[in-house]
Design a protein around this ligand. Structure first.
Ligand code: AMP
Ligand code: MG
Length: 398
């Protein structure tokens, strides 16, 4: 079994030979990863533009104290007239500044007397004029390739008239649970030895939440031929196949052999982590197969540690796990000489994550309910020992 850090390094070093990209209508691009740099092809604004309602003037005319209103210039009109000495043009927010003017004196700073304005409160030169390129200049790279598209990117791309940006195709992640004891959602129990499957459903949910396209393939029996056929079919239809169960050392743990027999290159099998030490990650070209352990808590933790980074990897994103610091409110008992991922409550109080284990059960890796609540994973390394109240710990937020 390899060190946890080594497993992350192996994953990080994985190179994808051909990323899948597509053009996507802007309003459907939220959450996708941009696959091109967004470079402007114009200045914004393209012309000096008024930032307030008022009068376009030549600043040197302020000393005259009184100017004649020669025209009116609403937003959207292509004003031809220019501002000449002793005159001003009534101009509004968003209107182009008329030729000859350099300053916008706001309505609030003047008094209108018939066809004239009287300057009550002068303004400095260039006041309330948005310069060419104030927003962005032609040729500027505004959004870099690899950015996750959210509302600010959608707004900026709309302003650039980018109707369909190039994005990475969300990887399709096929999800499959193995185990002859498993019952699918809604299936009627026939025998006492059957248990309800949660793994394939929690995995589908994790995949969707973390930017993958989930493909639910349900549960199959511990039969080698069935598993081989199912994994082969899944690999043909998806980018990542995630299985649960059958990677341990039992007589009916066929998944680990099937993955090898299907010609996959094993990136690693067995990591010194708790839970989930039997995890297996393999690849065949740009396709990946991840064999997660069967226990519900184990498969959930290992999906977060290895499947989520692979979803990112296939969209050219960094695979690093992001942790935050927390402060222990209760002692933490280190149980194994492995990197441990312990469910805890992480309560944010005055900017500090306070960590306790209230309501968390100690037992096997089957206890999925430990994932409920204000949960985070307290992450320790294999050389860490037990920790006391007040000590700082690393948390993986969910
Ligand atoms: P395995 O890794 O196949 O030996 O599975 C270990 C244990 O995890 C099984 O005995 C089940 O109790 C449990 N388990 C396996 N698959 C699932 C599943 N899909 N959902 C919930 N629990 C499971
Ligand atoms: Mg099993």
């Amino acid at each position: 079994m390899i060190h946890f850090d080594t497993s992350l390094e192996i994953l990080d070093a994985v190179e994808i030979s051909a990323f899948k990209t597509k053009k996507c209508y802007l309003m459907e691009a939220g959450g996708a990863i941009l696959a091109e740099d967004i470079i402007t092809d114009h200045n914004s604004p393209a012309f000096p533009t008024s930032a307030m309602d008022g009068y376009a003037i030549r600043h040197e005319d302020i000393t005259l104290g009184r100017l004649r209103i020669s025209s009116i210039n609403p937003a959207g009109s292509d004003i031809q007239e220019s501002v000449v000495a002793g005159c001003c043009i009534k101009t509004f927010t968003g209107s182009l500044m008329p030729v000859g003017s350099d300053t916008l004196i706001p309505i609030e700073n003047v008094r209108v007397e018939g066809e004239e304005i009287v300057i009550v409160e002068p303004v400095p030169e260039g006041f309330s004029v948005r310069a060419i390129g104030e927003n962005y200049a032609k040729g500027e790279c505004l959004i870099t390739k690899g950015t996750k598209i959210d509302f600010p990117q959608i707004g900026v791309m709309a302003s650039l008239n980018i109707v369909s940006p190039l994005v990475y195709v969300k990887p399709t992640v096929a999800v499959l649970s193995t185990g002859s004891e498993l019952l699918e959602l809604g299936e009627t129990q026939q025998r006492d030895a059957q248990i309800r499957s949660s793994n394939n459903y929690i995995l589908e949910s994790i995949v969707t939440k973390h930017g993958g396209e989930a493909m639910q393939l349900g549960c199959i029996h511990d039969d080698k031929a069935t598993i081989t056929q199912a994994v082969r079919d899944a690999m043909a239809k998806s980018d990542i196949v995630v299985t649960t169960g059958g990677v341990s050392v039992g007589d009916f743990d066929f998944v680990k052999d099937v993955i090898r027999e299907l010609g996959c290159e094993v990136l690693f099998k067995g990591v010194r982590i708790k839970p989930g030490q039997h995890i297996m990650v393999a690849r065949k070209g740009d396709k990946f197969v991840v064999g997660l352990p069967g226990f519900a808590y184990s498969s959930t933790v290992t999906a977060l540690l290895y499947v989520v980074p692979l979803i990112k990897k296939l969209q050219a994103q960094p695979t690093t796990l992001t942790t935050v610091k927390g402060v222990l409110q209760e002692p933490f008992v280190k149980r194994a000489k492995k990197a441990e991922f312990t469910a805890c409550n992480a309560h944010l109080e005055e900017g500090v994550y306070r960590v306790d284990f209230q309501g968390k059960k100690v037992g096997s890796s089957a206890i999925l309910t430990n994932m409920l609540g204000e949960v985070a994973l307290l992450m320790t390394t294999e050389s860490d020992t037990s920790k006391s109240v007040g000590e700082s710990v690393d948390l993986l937020l969910l």
